[in-house]
Design a protein around this ligand. Structure first.
Ligand SMILES: [Zn+2]
Length: 205
């Protein structure tokens, strides 16, 4: 089951490695404001929802800072692990939302609360965000043209995750590819991911 992936430290390790790579790619592009060299300016987050045995290293948010004294502006690379300022890991938010939207065995908000130890209000906020804000956001619009027009925008991110889970041989890989795809929506400095050939339909678990 996809929910079990969230208790596997290896998933977070792999996402951490991807984040490192994304940050390094972003650093090589130099400062978007003045073209100077960028330096790493990392800081630690304490996201919730993952296993207890995660290395502190995975909690690192890779920021970048311009080396020019006249600029010093910060650049935030894309991240598979973190979703903006939210206090839960991105993969936790996406999986919980997908389980709710796809409703395998009737995954209600109350059941999700118990399964992942997330409070009711937080889950309701995520549901409202993905229903009312995300589908019309700049982030999603930057990716929307890459997926099948038939993809159900009212069931994001579950409908998107379903597409990736169908395309790869195992659940962990499908989730990781989905995280990479969504991460790119937050950073305009990267090449767009490859177009996704969506085959919407029932899937899951
Ligand atoms: Zn600069």
């Amino acid at each position: 089951m996809i929910s079990k992936l969230l208790s596997d430290a290896n998933l977070f390790y792999l996402l951490y490695l991807i984040d490192l790579d994304l940050a390094e790619q972003c650093r090589k592009l130099r400062c978007p404001h003045c073209g100077s060299v960028l330096h790493f300016a990392r800081y630690t987050r304490k996201p919730r929802g993952g296993p207890n045995n995660l290395s502190d290293e995975y909690m690192t948010r890779h920021g970048l800072c311009c080396s020019s004294e006249d600029c010093r502006r910060r650049t935030l690379p894309a991240s598979c692990l973190f979703m903006g300022r939210r206090v839960y890991w991105r993969c936790v938010i996406v999986v919980v939302m997908a389980l709710h939207q796809q409703r395998p065995k009737g995954t209600s908000i109350y059941r999700l609360q118990r399964m992942f130890d997330i409070d009711h209000k937080t889950i309701c906020r995520w549901i409202a965000y993905f229903r009312q804000v995300f589908p019309s956001s700049v982030s999603w619009k930057s990716l929307r043209g890459l997926v099948n027009p038939k993809l159900d925008d009212k069931r994001l991110p579950g409908s998107l995750l379903a597409v990736f889970l169908k395309q790869v041989p195992d659940l962990q890989q499908g989730l990781i590819v989905c995280m990479k795809f969504l991460a790119n929506s937050t950073c305009s400095r990267f090449l767009k991911p490859k177009t996704v050939t969506a085959k919407d339909g029932d899937f899951f678990l």
